[in-house]
Design a binder for this molecule. Structure first.
Ligand code: AP5
Ligand code: MG
Ligand code: ZN
Length: 211
């Protein structure tokens, strides 16, 4: 089964993916993580993506789609698409890619959240350099300050988690990504993603999926 997680920046896509991978055997395909990996490895793709990401803008569809197409050559089943697709063009491209592989998107989980909580979540976020898990300075503290519970990796703040960049990301979400809720109309499962712990959100998602 292939899932898409659709939701605003900070709605909890990455955190929910951790649970679904650990407990339900999915593999996370986060285009944001793939871009960040390319940036830290200083690849051509990373150099291209960096200028857009650091400003909070979307990376062009052609660049993003071909990165996903390459990934799907290795694995195209039991995936969680986290942060992809984000535009109509990407959604159509994904349908084509999966059709060629005789596969499909089964469900789209839409993380519905009151926007007032997003800024606090994102400005307080910390990420592990090694495993990319998300922590939070207040909501989800690591056991030892500054290091990951799982692998001792150093925790860092993403360059796009600054207030002005977050504003741009939210604008991009509203103008380009939110319309996909209509696009996936027949596959959408809407889940309330605010006012609950990550564990509670995971339980809600499992319930609506009927898994
Ligand atoms: P990406 O990395 O995908 O970022 P995003 O969509 O902005 O989403 P985030 O990762 O910021 O939030 P999240 O929903 O994963 O929340 P998280 O679980 O971490 O993309 C970054 C950039 O890459 C884009 O801006 C763009 O430039 C580029 N890009 C990526 N994909 C692209 C595409 N398809 N096309 C074009 N460009 C693309 O949680 C956030 C915080 O809240 C954490 O601190 C967490 O601990 C905390 N938290 C989580 N759940 C809870 C809870 N239930 N209660 C309290 N706190 C919580
Ligand atoms: Mg994320
Ligand atoms: Zn880690």
């Amino acid at each position: 089964m292939n899932l898409i997680l659709l939701g605003a920046p900070g709605s909890g896509k990455g955190t929910l993916s951790e649970f679904l991978c650990e407990k339900n055997g999915f593999t996370q395909l986060s285009t944001g993580d793939l871009f960040r990996e390319n940036i830290s490895n200083k690849t051509q793709l990373g150099l291209e993506a960096q200028k857009y990401m650091n400003e909070g803008n979307l990376v062009p569809d052609s660049v993003t789609n071909s990165m996903v197409e390459n990934y799907l050559k290795e694995k195209a089943q039991d995936l969680i698409f986290d942060g992809f697709p984000r535009t109509d063009d990407q959604a159509l491209a994904l349908d084509n890619m999966l059709e060629k592989l005789n596969d499909q998107i089964d469900k789209v989980i839409y993380l519905d959240i009151d926007e007032s909580v997003l800024l606090g979540r994102l400005t307080g976020r910390l990420i592990c350099k090694v495993c990319k898990r998300s922590y939070h300075k207040v909501n989800r503290k690591p056991l030892n300050e500054g290091v990951c519970d799982f692998d001792g990796g150093e925790l860092f703040t993403r360059p796009d988690d600054q207030e002005d960049k977050i504003k741009t990301r939210l604008e991009a979400y509203h103008s380009q990504t939110a319309p996909l809720i209509k696009f996936y109309n027949d596959k959408i499962l809407k889940v309330e993603a605010g006012n609950c712990t990550p564990e509670e959100l995971y339980n809600r998602v499992v319930e609506v999926m009927g898994a």
